[in-house]
Ligand binder design. Structure first.
Ligand code: ZN
Length: 183
């Protein structure tokens, strides 16, 4: 592992400390970050992409972390990738979701890979540990939205797309199993 990736990992572990995931299992948030970095690596991501995978949620979720700080510590390329993966927190939730689809076609190949890893991790957690308070409709809507974002990405390596779609199918199956239709 390179120094850049090691430094990004250490930084992410420190900044996400104490945060929990939304799922019923209440896992530490860093499990999500570890998975995104892992997928980005096994799908052949560059050093900068793997570093950005470690850092992809720090600006959004770990104030006062800023893109300027990331640029100072990890360089302009990594900070630029994180910028591509960061929503504008000034916007409402739905506007941010819509923008993820609208902006997807502009993403660089490296940002595409991290984005696919991120969405695969999130959809995977809907299959393995869905939030207890999410009804069927919300789960299905989330899967559909994630699929819309990924579909709109310009670069979709086959191995990554196959994994993502498999997780979508498993999350949908789990949703239907958790909410059996009464006949
Ligand atoms: Zn994420």
């Amino acid at each position: 592992m390179t120094e850049l990736i090691q430094a990004a990992e250490a930084f992410a572990r420190e900044r996400h400390q104490g945060q929990l995931r939304k799922g019923a299992a209440q896992e530490p948030y860093i499990i999500h970050i570890e998975e995104v970095a892992h997928l980005t690596r096994v799908w052949g991501g560059s050093e900068a992409a793997i570093a950005a995978a470690w850092l992809h949620d720090t600006v959004e979720d770990c104030p006062p972390t800023s893109l300027e700080e990331l640029a100072d510590r990890f360089g302009a390329q990594v900070a630029g990738l994180v910028a591509e993966l960061t929503d504008d927190k000034n916007l409402g939730k739905q506007a941010r979701k819509d923008l993820q689809i609208a902006n997807a076609p502009k993403k660089s190949p490296e940002a595409c890979l991290v984005k696919m890893a991120d969405k695969s991790s999130n959809v995977g957690s809907l299959a393995n540990s869905p939030p207890a308070d999410w009804p069927l409709e919300r789960r299905l809507k989330y899967i559909e939205w994630a699929r819309d974002v990924v579909t709109a990405l310009p670069e979709k390596p086959e191995i990554a797309l196959a994994e993502f779609l498999d997780r979508c199918a498993r999350a949908a199956q789990r949703a239907q199993a958790d909410f059996p239709r009464s006949t």
